[in-house]
Design a protein around this ligand. Structure first.
Ligand SMILES: Cc1cc2nc3c(=O)[nH]c(=O)nc-3n(C[C@H](O)[C@H](O)[C@H](O)COP(=O)(O)OP(=O)(O)OC[C@H]3O[C@@H](n4cnc5c(N)ncnc54)[C@H](O)[C@@H]3O)c2cc1C
Length: 425
């Protein structure tokens, strides 16, 4: 098979990249590992959102690459208009959390509309073919070798875009980079994103970003609960920042209110024994009937739990949450008014935030010919050089270091980086 632009992965980033390239007249081929297009995008809530202003990103996100963050924020409005121009049904602009804006869509409709727009421009979309390795000639990427149930596919192209959606489905990489409790994590995403883009990129010398341990997700109801993708939302305990989070040793382990929302608490939980905790709250916080009266039966030491809660309540009531260890700086809710509720939850991973190092054109950097990607590295200007791997681009969750441990919208990141990658490729 041959194309001008080969896109590996048919989710949000891959489809946006393919359409942007096809719009510019490129012959486009998309290889998708799964049996359907859309990846996690098709399972998502479909809210295409990010921060409204770059100043707010600076004040709320303590990690990540500021230049890439600004790119996402600045290009989101044009990106949403572009989606509408290609048949995506976006609802009117809404405001979120006091600092974000965006437009809700439907994941399946996004996938269908983008797929149709690519085909109308002569693009080819092949499902059931997963990237295994990149093909290199004289140092430049010239294609890829993919595998499916029917054997191998070799595709040649002038430019190749990695858009395989991160490495959250790869237990070995999660254990190496994210948490020793990787085998306990729930996967709250499509099952195909097993780090193939990252591994293939590293195989041709790509640089990686800092914070390979950072990820986005929400705690979900712990086992024995079992559920499929159609219940990911319902099983997500997004009220965590207002509760008291207690680990299996009976102790608080994080400022529940820190970061941009429950995703930050969920990351801290992933590092606790069995990636498990209880969210304890009272009648003032409870807005739904989660009933869990048996914390001892779940393996929590009752005396330690009570000690943690008394200490917490005393500090919050005195207005001294910041003096707790760990502190509780926001959401000052004591667990005071019966009935009391505890929900047994487990950390879940939706997408990894560390990945391949790129420049602002989404060209993947060659480690051997580029300086470090550490954000605080300092050196004389003439030593600060980066060099891309010719022919290789990345988009979406395969791009590392955008948001760090906080959240600025996964679909927006995929939309903007995908468009840039497709345009440049
Ligand atoms: C339940 C849920 C709710 C969400 N809600 C929102 C929301 O409301 N707003 C928001 O902004 N974000 C949301 N997200 C996150 C959002 O879906 C992702 O950030 C976004 O889809 C990332 O785009 P991507 O293209 O990088 O990955 P994906 O959309 O997952 O696409 C990656 C694709 O690559 C394919 N692939 C993997 N390996 C290979 C390979 N070797 N070769 C070829 N193809 C491969 C996968 O099968 C997949 O189709 C949600 C996610 C979930 C799971």
């Amino acid at each position: 098979m041959a194309a001008n632009v080969l896109v590996l992965g048919g989710g949000m980033a891959g489809l946006c990249a393919a359409l942007a390239a096809a719009e510019r007249g490129a012959r486009v081929l998309v290889l998708e590992k799964g049996t359907r297009l859309g990846g996690s995008m098709a399972l998502s809530n479909g809210i295409v959102w990010s921060f409204s202003r770059t100043d707010d990103v600076r004040s709320r996100l303590r990690e990540g690459n500021p230049a890439l963050q600004d790119l996402v924020v600045e290009q989101l409005p044009a990106g949403m208009d572009w989606l509408v121009a290609h048949g995506v049904e976006l609802q009117p602009l809404q405001h979120y959390f006091g600092y974000g804006h965006g437009r809700p869509a439907s994941g399946p409709q996004l996938a269908a509309a983008l797929g149709d727009a690519i085909r109308q421009r002569g693009g080819e979309l092949v499902t059931g073919a997963g990237l295994q390795q990149l093909v290199v000639q004289d140092g430049a990427v010239t294609g890829a070798l993919a595998f499916g149930a029917d054997g191998s596919v070799e595709a040649k192209a002038r430019s190749v875009i990695l858009a395989t959606g991160g490495f959250q489905g790869n237990a070995e990489l999660l254990a190496r980079y994210v948490t020793p409790y990787a085998q306990h994590l729930y996967l709250r995403a499509n099952p195909c994103s097993t780090g193939d883009g990252l591994i293939a990129g590293m195989g041709v010398g790509a640089a990686t970003t800092p914070a390979l341990d950072a990820f986005y997700g929400h705690a979900m109801s712990a086992p024995p609960a079992r559920f499929g993708a159609d219940r990911f939302q319902e099983m997500s305990h997004k009220y965590g920042p207002m509760a008291v989070a207690i680990n299996l040793d009976g102790r608080r382990f994080a400022d529940e209110s820190a970061g941009t929302g429950e995703e930050t608490l969920n990351i801290a939980m992933a590092g606790q024994r069995e990636a498990t905790a209880a969210y304890v709250f009272d009648a003032d916080t409870a807005d739904r009937p989660y009933l869990a009266d048996g914390m001892r039966a779940w393996g929590f030491p009752p005396r330690e739990v009570m000690r943690s809660l008394r200490e917490f309540n005393a500090a919050i009531t005195a207005g001294e949450g910041g003096s707790l260890t760990p502190p509780r700086r926001g959401e000052p809710h004591a667990v005071a008014r019966p009935p009391f509720t505890a929900a047994l939850v487990r950390a879940a991973i939706t997408f990894t935030c560390g990945g391949l190092g790129v420049d602002l054109d989404m060209r993947v950097l060659r480690r051997a010919a580029s300086v470090t990607t550490l954000p605080l590295a300092r050196a004389p200007a003439d030593e600060m050089h980066v060099t891309p791997v010719p022919g290789l681009f990345a988009a979406g969750c395969d791009v590392g270091g955008i948001s760090g441990r906080s959240y600025m919208g996964g679909l927006a990141q995929a939309l903007v980086t995908g468009r840039v990658a497709g345009t440049q490729a």
